[in-house]
Design a protein around this ligand. Structure first.
Ligand code: CMC
Length: 428
């Protein structure tokens, strides 16, 4: 470990401070670089830039490690539940029994939506993508919960965080119900967070919905696996939006918009669509060849990751969960056989080995969600639901940081240099 690194730039010798975290690579502090040299750094896609310090989640992509507040994701997925993980991410520690009861009670008391919000849904087309509805409705929360929009008040910040975690399942389930023309189901506080979400999604008023404990456990695990992932694109979006002082509901709506893209949260939908398009094991080589072809924009969806250059630890848990769910529900989906064979073939192919492309969390999640009964368009909405706790935890951490500043990246300008305005009549 060094205390500083030397840089010779613009004819000046600089000593740049090196900062160390509790684990992971050191970072070079370049905050004074522009003032001292008149130069910026250039890092599109932030491949080498730490935008903040954070004590929430740690990833070692080379080793395939993911820790939340120090706890490995595999242990949390196996031994914990989503409410505990929410408490952990938001408050820093696993809850005691009393704390968990209190936290779960608080969340369950915020699950209902303002009645007026239900009318928003009727403004959407029935075939609207659930993520379009999520962006709109979550953004609209700021018009309904103004009593928790003062970001300078820690109490209001916590109430807004609880509201977002609690209302997201209701909002997502209502988007689904609207798309199939069924009545909205009210939340039920005697059910778990996840059981209640299943009830609001698959229940109907005509009969009592019975939660299948295997499906509930699998769904809860999927929520845990998606709960946070340090400074990914949507979390960075939430932080950037929040850095201007915007209210938390607007910030989370921004995160949802970013998550929607196929390179991020939309990959689970794209991965299942791809597996269905491949259809049979004998067609896999054709798709692998396309993924390797530089002239073909096709990529194996659910493969590769900006940070993991090893097996995504979340994909390992997902693979086990697929077997449990398919077994319980008695579903034999040929798409699962295609997924297993595709993984095997890709992992023995030099292209994928050299580029360190492994299955990510999205590769198997679609198979599980489809077996449970979700249409593919709902997959990303489920990701948004689960990631909300990560977004609010990171947003709270940022707002509480006394060194927090508005996020304002710089650029390398390549446009025209200054020129004089030409009146319309004189333009050729
Ligand atoms: N199939 C085929 N080739 C790939 C793939 C893939 N899925 N992913 C990366 N590559 C190649 C890419 O063509 C490039 O090759 P070359 O060096 O010859 O130009 C090399 O690997 C590096 O790719 P990159 O795009 O520079 O890497 P990145 O870190 O910018 O992208 C990624 C990461 C996740 C966007 C990308 O791997 C990808 O598009 N994967 C498919 C989409 C996907 O599954 N996304 C879900 C990510 S996990 C959930 C989440 O965090 O939201």
């Amino acid at each position: 470990m060094t205390d500083s690194v030397k840089l010779n730039a613009a004819g000046k010798d600089l000593d740049l401070k090196v900062l160390s975290g509790s684990v992971g690579p050191d970072v070079i502090d370049i905050r004074k670089l522009y003032a001292q040299t008149g130069m910026f750094t250039y890092d599109p896609g932030f491949t080498s830039t730490a935008s903040c310090d954070s004590a929430i989640t740690y990833i070692d992509g080379d080793e395939g490690v993911l820790l939340h507040r120090g706890y490995p994701i595999g242990q949390l997925a196996e031994k914990s539940n989503f409410m505990e993980v929410c408490h952990l991410l938001l408050n820093g520690e696993l809850p005691t029994k009393d704390e968990l009861d209190k936290f779960s009670y608080t969340i369950s008391r915020h699950t209902m939506l303002h009645e007026q919000l239900a009318t928003f849904y009727r403004g959407f087309r029935r075939d609207a993508h659930p993520m379009a509805i999520m962006c709109g409705v979550v953004g609209a929360l700021s018009a309904f919960y103004q009593d928790s929009a003062d970001i300078t008040d820690p109490q209001q910040r916590m109430i807004a965080s609880h509201r977002l975690i609690a209302k997201m399942p209701t909002i997502a389930a209502m988007a689904y119900k609207y798309s199939i023309g069924q009545p909205f189901m009210s939340p039920k506080n005697n059910l778990s967070y996840t059981g209640n979400f299943l009830q609001m999604t698959f229940g109907v008023p005509a009969e009592e919905y019975v939660v299948n404990p295997v499906v509930e456990k699998a769904m809860d695990r999927i929520f845990i696996l998606h709960a946070d992932h340090e400074q990914n694109a949507s979390t960075s979006t939430v932080r950037l939006a929040g850095s201007s002082g915007a209210n938390p509901f607007a910030c989370i709506a921004a995160g949802i918009a970013c998550l929607w893209g196929p390179a991020h949260g939309g990959a689970n939908e794209a991965a299942l669509n791809m597996l269905r398009e491949i259809g049979t094991v004998d067609r896999i080589p054709e798709y692998i060849a396309r993924a390797k072809d530089k002239n073909d924009p096709f990529r194996l969806m659910g493969f590769g990751h900006r940070v993991y250059k090893n097996y995504d630890p979340r994909a390992t848990v997902m693979q086990q969960t697929v077997r449990e769910v398919l077994g319980e529900l008695g579903v034999t989906d040929p798409v699962f056989d295609v997924a297993i064979a595709l993984e095997e073939m890709a992992l023995s192919d030099p292209y994928f080995i050299e580029k360190k492309l492994f299955p990510n969390v999205d590769f198997y999640s679609g198979v599980i969600l489809s077996a449970i009964g979700f249409p593919t368009t709902m997959f990303t909405a489920l990701f948004a639901l689960a990631r909300t706790v990560g977004w609010v935890a990171q947003w709270n951490e940022m707002i509480s940081d006394p060194e927090q500043k508005i996020g304002r990246p710089r650029q390398l300008y390549t446009g025209p240099t200054q020129r004089d305005f030409v009146p319309l009549a004189d333009r050729t």
